[in-house]
Design a protein around this ligand. Structure first.
Ligand SMILES: [Fe+2]
Length: 304
């Protein structure tokens, strides 16, 4: 593992804040940890930091930024220099720009999305604690994922985006989708941990958000997630199935603003020397939906 520890937070823009809080608490099963102005802060039960999801009231759905947590201030300063050298415009946000957060650096990545790196955030712990903990707390609601797991974004120049994440931020590429001749990258799956992906891109318009993936334990929990969605009358875009890419198990659905969410389980582990797996465009549907081997139309067109 390098200087970047993990995906730490996503700030999502939502249209109706109260409706969204109801969805993210009762259907997804996150806990509200703070509220200030037009923002509500939430975390999954198994996360120690103050929040991993920030809902920001807006007139347009989508992602404000993704934040990755860095191991310490020295690593943050080192990364800041490398990001500037790559040519990204960078700003520093001061402590308490948002609730419970310390300083962060904010910059635009080659696909036009905003990313933040930070090391300082208040740690609030979990309800099971860290001394002789039970495996899960009582009173969980909804899907109750362990954590925010990854996000998928769209962008045009995925070669440059991949180079930025590998060379500047120290990610490794676990998988890629290319045109059959291998010339153009149309999907790139990147990891800064030993997970199958922490961040992924598929070819599409710049600066758009495809989905946020929440981690659940296993295949049965993915099935149960879909049961919970139907119980709550939430639109399910893709019923439980398996990905070829990552080998994860999955179901996709939408939050009340149209931001896509995923309940994701399993997937292999990867190390820094993991050889990049290639999927060719003619097998893209098998890579994404391993059983049906057919694309779901909305899956590539519905973006926020
Ligand atoms: Fe995903």
């Amino acid at each position: 593992m390098g200087d970047i520890l993990r995906i730490g937070r996503l700030e999502l823009r939502v249209l109706d804040l109260e409706k969204s809080v109801d969805y993210y608490t009762n259907v997804i099963g996150l806990e509200v940890t703070g509220r200030e102005g037009d923002r509500v802060y939430l975390k999954a039960w198994d996360e120690y930091d103050h929040h991993s999801i920030i809902l920001q009231k807006s007139d347009q759905a989508g992602m404000d930024h993704m934040g990755f947590k860095v191991k310490d201030i020295y690593a943050l300063e080192k990364l800041e220099k490398k990001i500037e050298q790559f040519g990204c415009t960078l700003t520093r946000s001061s402590e308490n720009t948002r609730l419970a957060e310390g300083e962060a650096i904010r910059f635009k990545i080659p696909t036009g999305h905003y990313m933040e790196l930070y090391t300082d955030i208040k740690q609030v712990g979990t309800r099971v604690g860290v001394i002789n903990p039970h495996p899960w707390p009582d009173g969980l609601k909804g899907i109750a994922p362990h954590r925010l797991d990854h996000c998928l974004l769209t962008g045009d120049d995925l070669e440059t985006a991949t180079r930025f994440y590998k060379e500047v931020l120290g990610f490794h590429q676990t998988e890629r989708i290319t045109t059959v001749d291998g010339e153009v990258t149309i999907g790139s799956f990147l990891s800064c941990t030993n997970k199958a992906h922490d961040l992924a891109f598929v070819k599409g318009p710049d600066a758009k958000f495809h989905h946020a993936g929440f981690y659940v334990d296993n295949w049965y929990e993915v099935l149960k997630a879909a049961d919970i969605l139907t119980k709550h009358d939430v639109q399910v875009e893709v019923t439980p199935t398996r990905h070829g890419i990552t080998r994860g198990q999955t179901t996709y659905f939408y939050d009340p603003s149209g931001n896509r969410n995923e309940a994701f389980a399993s997937g292999y582990i990867s190390y820094a020397d993991f050889p990049t797996i290639t999927w060719t465009e003619d097998k893209i549907a098998t890579g994404i939906f391993y059983h049906r081997r057919e694309m779901v139309e909305t899956f590539s067109t519905s973006l926020t």
